[in-house]
Design a protein around this ligand. Structure first.
Ligand SMILES: C[S@@+](CC[C@H](N)C(=O)[O-])C[C@H]1O[C@@H](n2cnc3c(N)ncnc32)[C@H](O)[C@@H]1O
Length: 241
C-alpha cells in the first residue's frame, strides 16, 4: 500500500518534514556520518556527487558539509519536498532536479558519471529496489562509492521492538500532529518492518554489481536500526563475451 504514490504522499507532508526530522536526535549528524563513511577525497574538489531522494535537502546539506567543494546534483520525485529544498540557501554548486529514480536514464539534468551517490531513506520506498540499485550503479564512475542510508530492523528482535515503540509512541503521533497526516507515518513503520535485514540488503547490493560491501550502524536510539550500507562500483569490470 502507498508504494506507487510515495512521492505524492511526501508532497502532503513537505511543510512539516523539517520540523519533525529536526526533533529526531541525531538525524542530521547521522546523515553526515554516512557521507563521511563514503571516504570522499579531501573537501570534494573536482567531485560530482548525486543525492538521490534529496527530499527537503537534509541529505544534500550533509553532502555539502562533508564535501563543500563538490558539485552536487540533488534529485527528488516530490515537487513539494523539492520546493522546500529549493527555498533554502545553497551555493551555485548545488542543483536540484525533479525526477523519479526510475526515470533517471531519460532525465537530461542527471548525467553520470558521479564520484559518489547518497540515497538516504529512498531505496526502501522504491517500487523496485533492485532496479534502483542498478540505476545507481550505472551512474557511478568505476571505483566510486554508494551510501544507502536507511532503517533496517529485520535482523534483530530488539531493533524491531524499539522501532515499533518509537513509531507508535513518538513518530506517528508527532508526525500526524505536525503535518495532519498519520498515513505516511504508519506506512513508514510498516515499510521499515518489511524491509531487508542488513545481510539481505548486502545481497541486493552484490547482485547489482557493487563490491567492498560494508554495513555500519549509528549511535543513539537508532543503534542497529539506522544503517549506512556501503559499496562501490568495481574499478575495472570483467569484459563479457
Ligand atoms: C524520507 S525522505 C528522505 C529525504 C532526504 N534524503 C533526507 O534524508 O531527509 C524520502 C524522499 O524520497 C523521495 N522519493 C520516494 N520515491 C522516490 C522515487 N521513486 N524517485 C525519487 N524520489 C523518491 C520522496 O519524495 C522523499 O522526498
Amino acid at each position: 500500500m502507498l508504494d506507487t504514490s510515495v512521492p505524492e504522499a511526501f508532497d502532503a507532508i513537505a511543510r512539516g518534514y523539517d520540523r519533525l526530522t529536526g526533533s529526531n536526535p541525531g538525524y542530521h549528524e547521522h546523515l553526515r556520518m554516512s557521507v563521511r563513511r563514503m571516504g570522499l577525497r579531501g573537501r570534494g574538489e573536482g567531485l560530482r556527487l548525486l543525492d538521490l531522494g534529496c527530499g527537503t535537502g537534509a541529505s544534500t546539506a550533509a553532502l555539502l558539509d562533508v564535501a563543500p567543494a563538490a558539485e552536487i546534483v540533488a534529485v527528488d520525485a516530490s515537487a513539494g519536498m523539492l520546493a522546500a529544498a529549493k527555498a533554502k540557501s545553497w551555493p551555485a554548486s548545488v542543483r536540484f532536479v525533479h525526477a523519479r529514480a526510475e526515470e533517471l536514464a531519460d532525465t537530461p539534468g542527471v548525467r553520470g558519471p558521479f564520484d559518489g551517490v547518497l540515497a538516504a531513506y529512498l531505496v526502501r520506498n522504491l517500487p523496485d529496489p533492485d532496479a534502483g540499485l542498478r540505476t545507481i550503479f550505472e551512474l557511478l564512475r568505476p571505483g566510486a562509492p554508494v551510501a544507502v542510508h536507511d532503517y533496517s530492523v529485520a535482523d534483530s528482535v530488539r531493533a524491531r521492538a524499539i522501532w515499533t515503540l518509537v513509531c507508535w509512541s513518538v513518530i506517528i503521533p508527532a508526525g500526524s500532529a505536525i503535518t495532519g497526516d498519520a498515513d505516511i507515518y504508519k506506512y513508514l513503520w510498516r515499510s521499515v518492518r518489511r524491509f531487508d535485514g542488513a545481510a539481505a540488503f548486502e545481497h541486493r547490493l552484490a547482485a547489482a554489481g557493487f563490491v567492498d560491501l560494508r554495513t555500519q550502524t549509528m549511535p543513539g536510539w537508532q543503534q542497529h536500526i539506522v544503517h549506512t550500507f556501503l559499496g562501490r562500483r568495481p574499478s575495472s569490470e570483467p569484459v563479457s563475451g
